[in-house]
Design a protein around this ligand. Sequence first.
Ligand code: AMP
Length: 453
Amino acid sequence: MPFSQLGLSAPLVRAVADQNYAAPTPIQAAAIPAALRGGDVRASAQTGSGKTAAFVLPILQQLSANRRESGRFVRALILVPTRELAAQIGEATRRYARYLPDPIKTLVVYGGVSINPQMMALGGGADIIVATPGRLLDLIDHKAVSLAAVSTLVLDEADRLLALGFTEELGRITALLPATRQSLFFSATFPPAVAALADELLRQPTRIEIAAEVTTAPAIVERAIEVDARQRTQLLRHLVEENAWTRVLVFVATKYATEHVAEKLRRAGIDVSALHGELSQGARTEALANFKATKIRVLVATDLAARGLDIDHLPVVVNYDLPRSAVDYVHRIGRTGRAGESGLAVNFISAETHAHFQVIEKRNGLTVAREQIAGFEPESTEVPAPRVTGTGGVKGKRKSKKDKLREAAGQALPNPPVRGDRPVEPVVSRALVAEPKEFFPWAQRVMVGRRTM
Ligand code: AMP
């Protein structure tokens, strides 16, 4: 079915035609007509499925039919977990609104940058606000914006919003919304807490479930290369050069590792940048812009920084460090192979992370063949016993603040709850979690337990 038959107005169809989309994706074909009818939508859709247009296009159509009231009102509110995703949705909205007869004022607001320009921009209200929850509440507290006239609420990546500990913020925000409104709820997964939130917010929603295989994400080839942990940077360099990879997103576990790996690659003559949450917003935007413009070949990033990035034509993702959870694995590899292109996801597996990768495979119903690259064969696939120093610590692995918090979380949950042979995912409160990505604070311990068995 072409876009012109979804019930969208001519200016919107024209803006979509500019994007050269051949046809609506399944989520668009299902959600756009439902949202245009004015009802609520509850959609399970992965990143890369085309979900942004699925909620932005109907919103634009509805907003362009009516005028905005004067004052600090906002008519459509899109809540997202990260600033990168907010910026991306803001850009997409402006592209799709291009030919509408009356301008649609779209503002993107997120934390980590000065609030003053955002307060100024909000003068006179806005048609659409794309926001992260914390900053939106700050703006409300400053009386810079009122949610009393919101006609449409979108929760995008709702599972991630909860995983990042935004439950309380979401409660405060939704309490400020008019009871009569349209709500569009998008989430890649629906664990019980997310399903409960959807039940609370939605009224007789149209339920849309798009299986991962039928989204725009095509075959992503997944590889698991066995390599000793200390050889990973050399292997990465070898693969980038040998395969003439033009653009590679490399995931590592820590901010320090982004800088460390990037520095080593830089010394080897590869154009590279690090991307992590503690960089200034300006530095993050610049690194991303350079990567998108292929001025740099390799971007070494943490999960948090890379979450929600939409980079066209990203052929390769490398898990230099494995993600902590199986859900994060899906998000990471979903950065490649977007919108119908093929993609490659490469995992580095060492003796220490072998068991963890097995858990990721099992939870995602995957089996990825192990391979070795000539010249980088691991010395051993046995898990080395930790070297204990006189002070009782593990040499070369001082406990980080995060490790300590994780331990505290572990003590609070003496035994991971187990259903069958699978640990049950606990709902972890923000207080227990140092960083949002620490989804399963006891996961580390489960792995250690299995290793020593
Ligand atoms: P999203 O899931 O919204 O992040 O979209 C992922 C990518 O798919 C973006 O680069 C969009 O521009 C692209 N996209 C959205 N809709 C379509 C479509 N109907 N056909 C092809 N690509 C699309």
